[in-house]
Design a protein around this ligand. Structure first.
Ligand code: AGP
Length: 362
């Protein structure tokens, strides 16, 4: 049928969409470049961001996880405080807002009912809203004041992959263009750094055999799995765990490395897989300490680190990218590991049980 043709030679949409990520990265760079090769965003949007005293990112699931990374980028580069909220909580438990809030809705589909419920409320309150979406003309795009497109191409697999990395790239561009508009000097060129991440993504997409091996070794027979990381790695761990849960049905949790010992470490048994991300220099020793804590309780550790921070015990080393852009690359092994784990366990990768591609009920 038609969908088989679109899949081309790929067995699943998810694998095809994982592989499309380097291409999407390069397309985003192009789409957001002006004629001089400078990254640019609609000046009206930048003006709204500059007028705000605080940004509120509202999203669900994977888009929420991209929002967490976005907060880090906007706060570090553009120096504007950002709050990130799960839409379904925000709509019934709205926090005290700042004086001049600006809302950013992140939604691949642009049709998520939980996010729309919040947009309806903030529109009523008279606050301005930007939607970051993959679907032009979608409900969230039409009902917000402004739209930033992901240009990721249709995402068919229920498990979101290329939309996540596209969302982070667009948020990075928003952060950098806002910083420039504020006269903040940044010591890197985002076009160049994103181009490097695209190349590294490509290398990671070529590491399928290794990821398949990791999935088989650690996840073929396990009941549960933990992902630990610190700083931005923690946010990627949340996403890695969600991917694994949705398609392989393995109970998985993403944890801040330092938090496990405050309770959850009780779940570590002999052989429990713990996937640890170590891409952040300032917490590299800390996360390695956390790995030792779980290993002492019998965990089977799989450390994925970044070049320059690696040690002999690491299972996989990612080529180096800009330290703030590591989520764009560190998520790729986690996506592939989830994919192969699901495959090994005989799960329907593209259409996992109980899930819909876009959740149009609150
Ligand atoms: C991601 O793998 C999930 N299927 C899900 O969490 C999804 O990201 C969430 O429902 C939000 O969807 P949206 O981005 O289309 O709003």
């Amino acid at each position: 049928d038609a969908s088989d043709i679109e899949k081309g030679t790929y067995p699943h949409y998810m694998l095809k969409e994982i592989d499309e990520q380097p291409f999407v990265m390069r397309r985003i760079i192009q789409k957001y470049q002006d004629e001089n090769g400078q990254l640019t965003i609609d000046p009206q949007i930048i003006q709204e961001v500059l007028n705000a005293d605080r940004l509120y990112i509202i999203a669900c699931g994977t888009s929420y996880h991209a929002g967490l990374v976005g907060k880090q980028l906007i706060e570090k580069w553009a120096k504007i405080p950002v709050e990130v909220h799960v839409a379904s909580e925000f709509s019934y438990n709205m926090p005290l807002l700042s004086e001049k809030p600006l809302f950013i809705y992140i939604s691949q589909s642009g049709e998520t009912a939980d996010s729309r419920a919040v947009l309806v409320q903030t529109n009523k309150l008279g606050y301005k809203a930007i939607t970051i979406t993959n679907v032009p003309g979608s409900t969230l795009s039409r009902e917000a004041d402004y739209t930033l497109l992901l240009h990721a191409g249709p995402e068919i697999a229920v498990a979101s992959t290329k939309a996540y990395t596209a969302q982070i790239a667009v948020l990075a561009i928003l952060a950098v263009t806002t910083a420039k508009a504020k006269g903040i000097e940044l010591d890197f060129d985002l076009v160049k750094e994103l181009a490097i991440t695209a190349n590294v993504m490509e290398m990671l997409c070529d590491a399928k055999e290794e990821m398949e091996k990791i999935a088989r070794e650690y996840l073929a027979a396990t009941r549960n799995c933990f992902f630990i990381g610190r700083a931005v790695d923690y946010y990627v761990c949340l996403e890695g765990a969600l991917k694994l849960k949705e398609i392989s049905y393995i109970q998985a949790e993403g944890f801040a490395g330092g938090e496990l010992k405050h309770g959850t470490i009780a779940l570590i048994e002999d052989g429990t897989p713990v996937i640890a991300l170590a891409t952040q220099e300032h917490v590299n020793l800390n996360i390695r300490g956390n790995v030792k804590e779980v290993v002492a309780r019998g965990a089977n550790p799989c450390i994925i680190s970044m070049r320059g921070l690696e040690t002999d015990e690491d299972r996989f080393v990612i080529p180096a990218v800009h330290p703030m852009l590591t989520p764009l690359v560190s998520v790729v092994p986690l996506q592939l590991i989830a994919y192969y784990a699901a495959l090994h366990r005989g799960c329907d990768v593209d259409k996992p049980r109980n899930l819909a591609k876009s959740v149009t009920v609150e």
